[in-house]
Write a protein that binds this ligand. Sequence first.
Ligand code: SAM
Ligand code: SF4
Length: 325
Amino acid sequence: MILEDGFSRRFHYLRLSLTEACNFRCTYCLPDGYRPAGRKSFLTVDEIRRVVHGFAELGVKKIRLTGGEPSMRRDLPAIIETVANTAGIEKVAMTTNGYRLKERAAQWYDAGLRDLNVSIDSLDPRQFQLITGENKLAEILDGIEAAQAAGYHRIKVNSVLLKNLNDHELSQFLFWIKGQPIQLRLIELMQTGEMDARFQKHHQSGLPIKKRLLREGWLQQPKGQTDGPAEVFSHPDYLGQIGLIMPYSKDFCASCNRLRVSAVGKLHLCLFGEEGVALRDLLQDDSQHTELQTRILEGLTHKRETHFLHQGNSGVTPHLASIGG
Ligand code: SAM
Ligand code: SF4
């Protein structure tokens, strides 16, 4: 039994959301902050253990913890340890806004976390605050230093391309990664259900950046099995790399190798355009293991070839914090 869809795409990579809550107010995600509709309960450590075991036996090798803001979970070290100790899981990664990174990087590393993606949309403290609602750039940069000292070798920095907000900062970012072994991931802004005119106002294509990189001697790298749809570029004069994530480009979905489980235990086959397959009722007891795997495999048969973002259809995803971007 392996995870393969009707378009011969295989899935070795699962993104697992730990919470929908977040303490930041990124202008493109939760501009008014996290506002829960009623009291929600997110997957427990036992439920996480069962879902990860189910996917690992079906061939998933890498798990990325995300959210919301995953570091808001008090039981995060126990979650990391549980996932890292699941047979078949070779790599545990996490995407974070950098909250608590400075204090906790070493503890998370000891629990088994190996890859970190830290989101930094601007290297200018005022602009950073304007975009995220928080004056925390210096603290987050200290967090990255603490993570490097703790032993994380593959730190990536996520930066959403935002016209009129950070599009003048590419040279500053390039200067930063010249002497830092960081992969800077430049992500095109994606339209979500709750995003209004801000999408048109701030969306910026990554293609001109790709052209600039190629012109300046950056070389595109071949992809590995668990690599996502990013196009990665290296340069002999730079310790860091650039990863371009362009969901609006042709063939982006052809290299899709990821599935998602939301913080309330729904399997999402795509970031956009579907309700998700409920799994939580099958995460209540170890004896439900086979039934869980059957539902996962059945769900995968419905994965579509591509998203419909080009048609402006962002489906039912209100913002990426709700599904684990
Ligand atoms: N809170 C954590 C963080 O910000 O890193 C993890 C969750 S966040 C939803 C994951 C990533 O999605 C972040 O790098 C964020 O910048 C990105 N993101 C959120 N909304 C987006 C959107 N509409 N388009 C593109 N990227 C988005
Ligand atoms: Fe929070 Fe991440 Fe969304 Fe920003 S992008 S509001 S940090 S979940």
